[in-house]
Ligand binder design. Sequence first.
Ligand code: 5SP
Length: 261
Amino acid sequence: MALCGSFSGCHKCAARIGASVLDCDTASLAAEAQRALRAGVDYLHLDVMDGHFVPAISFGPAVIAKLRSHLPKVFFDCHMMINKPDEHVEAIAAAMAKHPDTGEVLTQYTFHIETTEPRGKTQEVIDNARKHGMRVGLALSPGTPLEQVLPYLDQVDMTLVMTVVPGKGGQSFMVDQMEKVRAVRAKYPDKDIEVDGGVKVHTVDEAAKAGANMIVSGTGVYKVEDMALAVSTMKRSVELYGNGIPEDQLSPLLRDKDLPP
Ligand SMILES: O=C(CO)[C@@H](O)[C@H](O)COP(=O)(O)O
């Protein structure tokens, strides 16, 4: 019997683990990204911070474009924690890529509803990101009611439910946000739902049971003893509780020591 979570049934959305690079050694960004990819992450979650929407400043489109030249086949989820995402679509599109074999779009523009809706810019950002060939993600912070994003979810590829107040890594997972995940999953059984903030091996089950299939983890990937073990454990949680895959058919549990050189 499938062990699916507390939303209405299992979903078929692929279990994907994304490394948030915010807390890695960003002076060696490409190497740190490669390290996480080798340990099994499926994509990179790139936190762009402007010192306004959130207090910190991280990196911007120029760094992402450079990273793209090192990683032409990797999915980049660009999480725009900036006040004016409407002004930076073109700059991120410079790192736009499609997989050379499958044609899959490898760049996603994920922006916050709190930054666009008060200025009437939400639709414009969705349309412009699409015009540039990118996938579109719509994020909401913990204090934002789900109702604010609902009118746009038909049009976007992914909903990002923040499970911490945006701004920094290493915070505690806010389990109360799973109500939003459950509600989106019930309405959209086939769309990607991402959670970000405080997701680690001991919190991922909550997210998986609620129906999230894209799992962002920063310190849970970079600040653990065994990266491959953490990544494979989180992936198996989504497969088990989200996809309803029987335990004996889950992806293998990997350890760093077992990875090929
Ligand atoms: O966007 C953010 C924080 O604002 C996240 O991507 C964090 O960087 C995730 O880090 P952990 O909470 O997993 O340590």
